[in-house]
Write a protein that binds this ligand. Structure first.
Ligand SMILES: [Zn+2]
Ligand SMILES: [Zn+2]
Ligand SMILES: [Zn+2]
Length: 451
């Protein structure tokens, strides 16, 4: 890409001093054509307009490859742009990016986040604090590059786990509601006995003569202290009476106590939560991690994600084994079971949340499945979203138990979009003798049709 055909755009008022040479002036972000590797300067003064323009800009494809500047910085712009516009710096940065961009393009496509971080080494994934959002913090650049993501926090965690991102600095640690992930919490003191929030501080007195404990006011008689129960005059503290440690009273259950309990009330979903049940979230500032660097340098190298379950074999081997075991079963009257686990949401999941999230889901699944199967069971990833499990000497009648276990397992997976369907067949099956491949193709048709 030569300097001539580099797109340069200027949005907002025309500059009075520092101009961007050869720039095209537009009034709206949407007037900028989709192109790679340009320079953009936003010259607006209204902070909300600046932020909205930046959001709209990064949502468009290929914008990760642009150098973006503003003439007025906002908290938001600091998270997604390359800073304040300065003509010399902008051109210098832009020229240093061009060879890197060309190298990337020669490798095909790249994850926009890795591309954005990779081409300009001073870029970081910053956390942005907004009291208007229930989660309080977000990662604007990730939100902008992946507008369909439902949680930038989870995405970042998963990218960190896979070494795509590396934490550089802890920005904040907050507690959030375990039900709705809101950080808007109110901490309230409550009665330790009945959990009512209707409690008060109360100065109490304790009569030594009869043991009565009550509010200080109830002891006031004609300017002196007198026990309302036994009418003894209380003259000397420590001799006639003292102050009990319990200086709180519950207006609901009249209990007296020393220390109130504390609960958190979610201001977003109204849930009442024990402090120890609040979820803790750490917000870091991130840079490109080691794996991210590798992907940036060498293009996409991660293969299609696979389940790595013990006893896993290649498709060809599995087919031969199945055909052979079927013959043996027919001759010796044995009974085997073939299970199919179909993960219909897998493909969509990968597309929506990215490969990194998909990998972490697969890892979770692998761990849980491995605990369920025996060493003698043979697994085969027959399709990207279908896993076959051959269970020798397991009568088909036992399948119910296993199916229940598998369903329980799928509920344990910590993702609401995750779906697992289980199918099963008893062996021997005479139809296998007509050819194992067509028989398995038939099963796949059945599985995909069942959606
Ligand atoms: Zn008394
Ligand atoms: Zn109470
Ligand atoms: Zn909540």
């Amino acid at each position: 890409m030569s300097e001539r055909d580099s797109p340069r755009y200027w949005v907002g008022d025309k500059p009075t001093t520092d101009i961007l040479e050869n720039a095209i002036y537009v009034s709206n972000i949407n007037d900028i054509p989709s192109q790679l590797g340009g320079i953009l300067c936003i010259n607006l003064s209204n902070h909300q307009e600046i932020d909205a323009s930046l959001r709209a800009f990064f949502r468009q494809p290929d914008r990760w490859s642009w150098c973006v500047y503003v003439t007025t910085e906002t908290d938001y712009s600091q998270c997604v742009t390359d800073g304040l516009f300065d003509h010399a710096t902008a051109l210098e940065t832009w020229s240093s990016i061009q060879p890197r961009l060309e190298a990337i393009l020669s490798q095909g496509s790249i994850d926009p986040l890795i591309g954005w971080l990779g081409i300009h080494r001073r870029r970081r994934v910053f956390a942005f604090k907004s009291l208007e959002s229930t989660s309080i913090y977000s990662y604007p650049i990730i939100e902008a590059l992946f507008p369909d993501l439902y949680s930038t926090y989870r995405y970042v965690l998963s990218e960190q786990n896979h070494g795509v991102l590396e934490a550089e600095q802890l920005i904040d640690r907050i507690r959030v509601c375990p039900h709705c992930s809101s950080g808007h919490l109110n901490y309230i003191e409550v009665c330790p006995d009945c959990r009512s929030i209707d409690i008060d501080l109360q100065s109490s007195l304790h009569c030594f003569t009869c043991g009565h404990v009550g509010a200080q006011q109830s002891f006031q008689r004609r300017g002196k202290l007198e026990c309302p129960k036994c009418f003894t005059q209380l003259r000397h503290i420590g001799v006639d009476y003292d102050r009990p440690l319990e200086n709180h009273v519950c207006n609901h259950c009249t209990s007296l106590f020393v220390e109130a309990g504390t609960i958190a009330q979610c201001l977003s979903c109204r849930a009442k939560i024990k402090i120890e049940e609040l979820a803790v979230r750490k917000y870091h500032q991130f840079k490109l991690g080691e794996n991210g660097e590798y992907i940036y340098q060498h293009g996409k190298t991660i293969q299609a994600p696979e389940l790595s379950i013990k006893g896993k074999v290649e498709i060809g081997f599995f087919q031969n084994l199945l055909a052979w075991l079927n013959k043996v079963a027919l001759r010796h009257h044995e009974h085997h079971t073939l299970l199919a686990l179909h993960l219909p949401s897998l493909d969509a999941y990968g597309k929506q949340y990215g490969d990194a999230s998909l990998f972490s889901l697969m890892a979770q699944l692998t761990g849980r499945l491995s605990s369920l199967f025996r060493d003698t069971d043979i697994c085969c990833q027959y399709k990207q979203d279908v896993l076959l499990v051959l269970m020798p000497n397991t009568p088909y009648s036992n399948v119910d138990v296993l199916q229940r276990k598998l369903l329980a397992l799928s509920e344990l997976i910590e993702d609401e979009d995750f779906e697992l369907n289980v199918f099963s067949w008893g062996l021997p099956n005479a139809a296998i003798d007509d050819g194992i491949s067509p028989w398995l193709d038939g099963l796949m048709e059945h599985i995909y049709a069942a959606r």
